[in-house]
Ligand binder design. Structure first.
Ligand SMILES: [Zn+2]
Length: 182
């Protein structure tokens, strides 16, 4: 009885070895990240804030990676500056246009938070308003003093989920793109 139990344990341990090593290899090479290119050449004075917003997402999630587009290539995401309110027009998951609106910047809202918030929309996140400053997608509802540009754990998990799997091509909204203001 005692011997049989030991043998069982050993067999279980041996069986689990290939699984464990397979997981270790998968964890070392997150090659599944979907690369999304962005063109911030039209973002004027917000260029560095946009790059910081993209870097924050790259630090925060594994399954998607925002990368500046190469010259002459068509980007998945276009980022522009204008005098309106910040907004995003996701056309499909990981693609669309973002406007860093000076109206909010002039009111004192943080440009890096605006940038990562709007990129969050392109990554498939809806607004979560009203909400606390710890939530990136609470947007302007967290108030002008809120400068947090980082997604919270739930927001990170949602983006990871959106881009899970090789395709990562789940549609954001319906067939018609909807402009998200703020
Ligand atoms: Zn928003």
């Amino acid at each position: 009885m005692h011997v049989r139990t030991l043998t069982g344990c050993l067999a279980a341990a041996l069986l689990s070895l290939p699984l464990l090593s397979g997981q270790a290899v998968a964890a070392e090479s997150p090659a599944a990240a979907r690369v999304l290119t962005y063109d911030a050449s039209g973002s004027a004075e917000f260029r560095s804030a946009v790059d910081r917003g993209a870097a924050i997402w790259n630090e925060s999630v594994e399954n998607a990676e925002l990368r500046p587009v190469s010259a002459g290539q068509r980007a998945d995401i276009r980022i522009l500056a204008d005098d309106g309110w910040p907004r995003a027009l996701p056309t499909s998951l990981g693609k669309g246009t973002v406007w860093i609106g000076r109206q909010a910047v002039d009111e004192g809202y943080n440009t890096v938070r605006i940038s990562s918030h709007e990129l969050g929309h392109i990554l498939g996140l809806p607004d979560r308003k009203p909400g606390p400053c710890s939530s990136l997608m609470s947007g302007s509802s967290a108030g002008v003093p809120c400068t947090n540009p980082y997604p919270n754990a739930a927001e990170k998990a949602e983006v990871e989920d959106n881009f899970a799997g090789a395709a990562g091509s789940r549609a954001v909204a319906g067939p018609v793109p909807v402009l998200i203001e703020d």
